[in-house]
Design a protein around this ligand. Structure first.
Ligand SMILES: O=C(O)CCC(=O)C(=O)O
Ligand SMILES: [Fe+2]
Length: 139
């Protein structure tokens, strides 16, 4: 399968929020992509859910954040996890901008069901995830 042939680029714009205690920039979710590559500016806001708490993913100039998507979680038989993340409301005077590139599957293969690859299944690690169709199912 060709995962890097089809991608979607999304620009997220978070203006200053006067009442950050009432809302979020982006609600808790995990990406359904194969991989997501994110470029954030210098304004904080992204958090990942790890060991029952929200951890800040502070921007480092020139760095890219790479998120494992739900599709890669399925293919890897749950060995790689698609982490929950969110964006808190922007308390800074300047707007926050983050550009996400979602790598998905190839459109022509959308009808084909995908499941954990054989090499990652064994007696100790049987396939625990059902096969899914790209673009049509949540996993
Ligand atoms: O704005 C961010 O830092 C993350 C955006 C995000 O999680 C998404 O677009 O899926
Ligand atoms: Fe996301």
């Amino acid at each position: 399968m060709v995962c890097f042939n089809l991608y979607l680029i999304v620009c997220n714009y978070y203006p200053h929020c006067p009442q950050p205690e009432l809302t979020l920039g982006a609600r808790r979710h995990s990406d359904p992509s194969f991989l997501t590559i994110l470029l954030q500016d210098q304004i904080c806001g992204l958090q990942v859910f790890h060991e029952n708490q929200w951890i800040d993913v502070n921007p480092i100039s020139g760095d890219l954040v790479v998120n494992i998507g739900g599709f890669l979680q399925v293919i890897s038989n749950n060995k790689l996890k698609s982490v929950d993340h969110r964006v808190v409301a922007n308390v800074h005077a300047t707007a926050r901008v983050a550009v996400a590139c979602f790598f998905t599957g190839h459109a022509t293969e959308a009808q084909k069901p995908f499941g954990p690859i054989k090499e990652l299944q064994s007696k100790c690690f049987p396939s625990i995830l059902k096969k899914i169709h790209l673009f049509t199912e949540n996993f």
